[in-house]
Ligand binder design. Sequence first.
Ligand code: BDR
Ligand code: CA
Length: 316
Amino acid sequence: MAKTSVRRIILDVDTGIDDAWALIYALRAPTLDVLGITTGFGNADVDTTTRNTLAVTDLLQSRVPVYRGAVKPLCRPWDGPVTSYHGVNGLGNASVPDPLRPPENTEAVDFLHQVLTALPHEVTIVTLARLTNIARLLLYDPHVAPLISRLVIMGGAAFVPGNVTPVAEANIWGDPEAADLVFQSGIPITMVGLDVTHRARLTWDDLDRLDSSLPYAAMMRDATAFYLKAYERDHPEMQGWCPIHDPLAVAVAEDPSLVAVRRYPVRVEHAGRWTTGMTVVDARMGEQPHGIEVALDLNAPAFLHRFWDRVGIAPA
Ligand code: BDR
Ligand code: CA
């Protein structure tokens, strides 16, 4: 029988409702070894996202270490929590149990540096948040860039509209200087942006099929109901479903064949009057061998079946 290989990953999160689903997916995936989780500001302030991350790991009976990270963007003030989509507590105002343990004493950037130097070329980092922690790591020690096996980034919008401005996706908009630094670093990158995450859809019916005996079921049902209602309120084209951005990036790290990619140069605009946060994908000269892998198509049924299986949703 073929041996299933296990991929070592680090998750960088701003938990967040879709981050919480991504954590559940990753920590229940037998083919993923989560070495640690780093947190940052984004959907909520960093203390809240760290607390939510710890609460989710507790519900999964996981002791994976959690490291607190960035408080604000590299060069700008933070523009505040995304309460309209993630609630005031980051988890749709659902009841969240108090964490059973604190985060690690080590800061996120120090943890990343230690792991990458101890396990060169072996670790994939899956970023589900602003790219501030990774940019700070590169500023702290640029020599770690070649030690990262791959970055799978939930962020950006190549050939579709943004979700914060007409051209900017939230994780890039939230720290565009950091994002440009990371995209220019030479690290192998797969960009899992809105081109594909808007095709990764969770419905009310899916939520009804979540196994209610799971310890996280009640919290995630309440949180996701808030998230579904927010998308239905703001997006006439998203009635009855919401995009599950972050779990898709984890799934792509686990199985890159879920998406079709094209390799293009990508820069992030951070000085534009109307275009700050735009991922500027240069497709004029066709694919470039060392370009960013930009995910442009998704095998949605394959992703969904895997997502349901991982998180405990019965098949439709
Ligand atoms: C991304 O922004 C965050 O609010 C979500 O958790 C996701 O990572 C979607 O644009
Ligand atoms: Ca996120």
